[in-house]
Design a binder for this molecule. Structure first.
Ligand SMILES: Cc1cc2nc3c(=O)[nH]c(=O)nc-3n(C[C@H](O)[C@H](O)[C@H](O)COP(=O)(O)OP(=O)(O)OC[C@H]3O[C@@H](n4cnc5c(N)ncnc54)[C@H](O)[C@@H]3O)c2cc1C
Length: 473
């Protein structure tokens, strides 16, 4: 019997894969989506089970270099959208202006705005009702209060939500189904076309066809298609293309954000676990590419953030659980990471510049300056053993802090296979197709022309929608 040939195979059922599937289903019924993880199941939305099932490599993916840190990415139908915060931002104005002036020939960045309306409608993007007091989301309430006091810009946060009841479980999966993750919004409509729990190993071009080797508990298998859409996430897509020589370079650059998580200990109880991820973000320093916001809080998340801290600080935090909240400073480094294939294995590296370290320290100073008041006892900064500072000593403590010891995490990776002209260093034409390999399309966070500073899901989806609008039979 001859092997079946699909018109399209989509590799990866994440954010970009959802937009690809939504378009491809209108072009043909002969398509397949291959995803390494399974369907999300709310029974598994506990911290422990979620890490195992819905985070690739349980959330630990090293970025090697002089300062080793980790990145996290989603796994399973819906990809990152199942375990992310559901924040759907539009591309920051200053980034969009930069793209339009730097890449005047890039049709999609000029037209991206119109697709945000579609994304926001489909994902039920909403600003959460604000209680305007400290009963729920104290951490967000306090951020706004301090912002107002210091006349700084704090904005409401747009999220993909329907009926959030503030269970504060967003990064382990939404147990009440309020988060509009893409398994629900897009993939349910194509469920008969999804092959779950199959890992993509390699891709080969044979004549006009692509042969994809996949692996499951049942063993190895080859599947064939006329066109291929690669949507495995910025690092995995880049690696697959490099490793299978669909791109001839020896390595690829990628860009990312860095998160630093600090713990603020208040003098009175704040019960930060009563609430959702966050409802307010400080955007006063947006042009410097620094954002500040709270994040989900409970004992498990606190233990994760403080895992490497000294015993003294751990004991202190344990005694002050109901008085604590976690805040994130997010920065856009100027350094770029690198993806290589070494003996067929993925190697991801980065080295921060002096400016990046300056920015990390500046972001911590901004955080302390903003949040310290009569209500705050101390802030524990994310140096590996934990650095406890007070309103009196934080400036000197941060000035003398060695930033190479900061505990960092990235959950936003992008721009490994940018959509741009060849002259601008792009690898994809305006159909999202590789210049170097006809019939191979890339549609995920890889395609962003550059680092956007703000959470990227909205921009990935809007750009992807603009691209698939060019696809015809
Ligand atoms: C904890 C966390 C919180 C976040 N919060 C936000 C937020 O609030 N707002 C926001 O805008 N962004 C957020 N992000 C980032 C956002 O989720 C990602 O930018 C987005 O999911 C990237 O989309 P993608 O299509 O590139 O990849 P993904 O959504 O990661 O999809 C890639 C898919 O490919 C699959 N895959 C990979 N390799 C293989 C393989 N070899 N074989 C088969 N399948 C494979 C993966 O399992 C995954 O399902 C967050 C991310 C994390 C991890």
């Amino acid at each position: 019997m001859e092997d079946k040939v699909y018109d399209y195979i989509i590799l990866g059922a994440g954010v970009g894969g959802a937009i690809a599937a939504d378009k491809v289903k209108k072009l043909t019924s002969n398509f397949l989506i291959v995803e390494q993880g399974g369907w999300p199941n709310p029974k598994n939305f506990t911290h422990k089970k979620s890490l195992l099932k819905y985070y690739r490599n349980s959330g630990v993916n090293p970025i090697f270099g002089k300062h080793i840190f980790s990145y996290a990415e989603g796994q399973g139908v819906g990809g990152g959208s199942v375990i992310n915060g559901g924040l759907i931002w539009r591309t920051p104005d200053h980034i969009l202006e930069e793209w339009i002036s730097k890449y005047p020939e890039n049709y999609h960045v000029r037209n991206i705005s119109r697709y945000f309306d579609e994304v926001e409608r489909e994902l039920s993007v909403t600003i959460q009702k604000d209680y305007g007091n400290s009963v729920y989301d104290f951490d967000s309430y306090y951020l706004e209060k301090q912002g107002k006091r210091k006349k700084q810009k704090v904005v409401n946060v747009p999220r993909a939500l329907k009926g959030c009841v503030r269970k504060n479980n967003c990064p382990s999966g939404c147990i009440v189904g309020a988060k509009q993750s893409l398994d629900k919004v897009y993939f349910k409509k194509v469920k008969d076309h999804i092959l779950v729990e199959h890992r993509v190993l390699s891709v080969k071009k044979k004549g006009d066809l692509f042969s994809v080797k996949i692996k499951s508990d049942q063993g190895l298998k080859k599947i064939f298609s006329k066109k291929l859409v690669v949507s495995l996430g910025a690092v995995n897509s880049g690696f697959l293309l490099l490793n299978n020589k669909l791109i001839k370079s020896r390595s690829l650059e990628f860009q990312f954000h860095v998160n630093l998580k600090s713990i603020v200990v208040f003098k009175d109880n704040v019960f930060a676990q009563k609430g959702t991820m966050f409802t307010k973000q400080l955007q006063e320093y947006e042009k410097e590419n620094i954002y500040i916001m709270p994040t989900n809080f409970n004992k498990v998340y606190l233990n994760t953030v403080s895992a490497g801290f000294s015993d003294d600080i751990k004991v202190y935090l344990n005694e002050n659980l109901s008085k604590s909240a976690i805040y994130t400073t997010q920065i856009r480094p100027e350094s770029k990471g690198r993806i290589r294939s070494f003996l067929g294995q993925k190697v991801v590296t980065n080295n921060f510049s002096k400016n990046d370290y300056k920015k990390m320290k500046r972001s911590l100073k901004i955080l302390c300056e903003l949040l310290f008041s009569d209500e705050v006892e101390s802030i524990i900064l994310p140096s590996r053993r934990g650095l406890m500072v007070t309103n009196e000593n934080y400036i000197q403590a941060i000035d003398t802090l060695d930033p190479r010891g900061l505990d960092l995490l990235s959950v936003h990776l992008m721009s490994s296979v940018p959509l741009n002209s060849l002259e601008a260093g792009g690898l994809l034409n305006s159909f999202g197709e590789l210049y170097e390999s006809k019939g191979v399309f890339v549609l995920d966070s890889s395609i962003l022309p550059s680092n956007i500073g703000e959470s990227p899901q909205g921009t990935i989806m809007a750009l992807a929608k603009s691209i698939v609008n060019t696809w015809t039979n």
